[in-house]
Write a new protein. Sequence first.
Length: 281
Amino acid sequence: MDKHLPAIFVAGEQEINREQLLNQAEDAIKRNTHFSKFNILEKYFLVSLWGAVYWRKTPSNENEWMDYMEDGIERIKWLYDKVKGRKIYHLFFGRPAVMALGLGAILGRWDKPPVIVYQWMGNEYKPVLDLSKEPRKVKVKIDLNKEKFRYIKVEFPEKLGEKVALVLEMASHPIKEDVIRYVSTWSEKIEIIVVENTYGGDLRDEDWTRPVQELYNLIAELKNRRVEEFHLFISMPEAMAFGLGYALGPYWNVKVYNLMREKKTYKLAFSLNKLPESSIE
């Protein structure tokens, strides 16, 4: 029997309600898989599901981000280490979305373990990205000569340098003006590419595989056009961010920035090619 294991990653300034988060996650897993024997995990494998909720204060620099992600994965690995049989990890994320993107890139290195990713929609979590059987499907190549993007719209500049600032507006909150203002303070001037969504910022599809594929293919196309360094700014749901990170993995020269809301500016959070080599299994 498959063991369905919740893993909830949260960051913030205030302590969270662990019991509520765990109940919401377990309810979502029950609806999606009909697995309800969480008591077996605690009784026979001595798992304290309280530990499935990983919370720390929002990191404020690169070292803290690295530590958050590495420690979070190691704690989930330790929590479920004694569980026998096939494990399927059900992932839930709080804000900020860059956290989910980084964790996705770390786990994407191995294309395992089996994961199902949830997004808070309305008043409950819903599974929107199932990578438990086909983990590489988010990397499927789209032939842009035969097929158009359906979920994103973007205009490629006539001239591209080796570095670009890539702005992904995949949620309802626009960030373009903030990013332009931030990048304009840099001594080195680089091209800014803005990607907008076609669904009004509130994606209600049940399966988010295709929009993740489109974002991955967009970045791959820019790399084909000799872009070597990406400065990434995102406004997107956490599950989508995880999927993009999972598709990219920790191999790309992508610098990810997080919005510092209290200062209304951005700060480098981490680079994908410098992420730790951690694994849940």
